[in-house]
Design a protein around this ligand. Sequence first.
Ligand SMILES: *Cc1c(COP(=O)(O)O)cnc(C)c1O
Length: 374
Amino acid sequence: MKSKIWLSPPHLGTTERLFVQNAFDTNWVAPSGPHIDGFETDIQTYLGKDTKAVALNSGTAAIHLALVLLNVDSDDEVICQSNTFAACANPIVYQGATPIFVDSEKDTWNICPEQLEIAIKDRLSQGKKPKAIIAVHLYGVPYKVDEINKIAQAYNIPILEDAAEAFGSTYNNNKCGTFGTLGVISFNGNKIITTSGGGALITKDQTLKDKAIYLATQARENTVAYVHKSIGYNYRLSNVLAGIGRGQMQVLDERVNARRFNYDGYKTAFQDIEALEFVAEPTGSKSNRWLTCMLTPSEAIKNNLIVALDHQNIEARPLWKPLHLQPIFEDAPRYLNGISEDLFKRGLCLPSGSSLSEQDLHRVCAVITQFFKQ
Ligand SMILES: *Cc1c(COP(=O)(O)O)cnc(C)c1O
């Protein structure tokens, strides 16, 4: 059996171990310590634009804290892109609020401006103003930032920007993660850089950063005895894992280039296969190409292709199943145009790791080219 080719495995550089060793040597093996501050500074420097980063133990925790900071409560509704991972919508339910799902547009596969405005108007007509909009840069491709921001501003609704998959992507030369009222990045093991598990909340407001740290560290008042005036969470990143993050920040740009190289390699290899379509980079945007995804002509072809790849020990997966199709969200209101369902039927993600060798890339391409010859 040929060696396994994974979808998106972790890819460590050379300095992560040194940072982790330092955490051990100095005994900062705790959810506080100098690597956490250092990692936050590295993220802030990378994102620019006066951003403040809060290092947390997952991207999901960052989404949850963002909703808490936006005062999302049990009577509230939160609009969420349907075409995404469940971690985007679950925290809405943690707050006891209701997710309202909005479909995608064809260019970026992300939240559709027309459907978004229809949804806002319809909720308003029912006397419910959405408390926030969760927009996602899926697979690293930026959503239509200007259009979505314009709508959010017109109705005065804050945007929670889920850049979990898009660290290193840009839109009009600004980094993803900096466009929302609050932004979220993930450092889960499958993401473009990783701390094994981890995330960050991004804001431009120091008061919000301070509040996020307070809530993420059990909401302890600054007193000798533990006094609590708010409900807190245990969401801070470990200093050991922040050490991994500091090493990973040094190679982030290389990781983006490697993933873009994969995308270009696939696209070139399949340029004569008319059946296959790729998602473009909309004008002004640059995707980190976290995962290379493509559309086949039909659900059956997609399924057969995934099986053919699996037979060669190559991991490929369908695109995210839209959240409005998930059994757990079957009662949630939704505003649909059919696009995310069509993408889910026909689309798949290809092995996209930054450590994918050219040889392995060719191995994947050969299986797919052969498949379409038959
Ligand atoms: C990975 C991911 C998250 C969750 O991040 P974790 O760090 O795994 O909790 C949220 N949203 C999207 C779009 C993701 O891909």
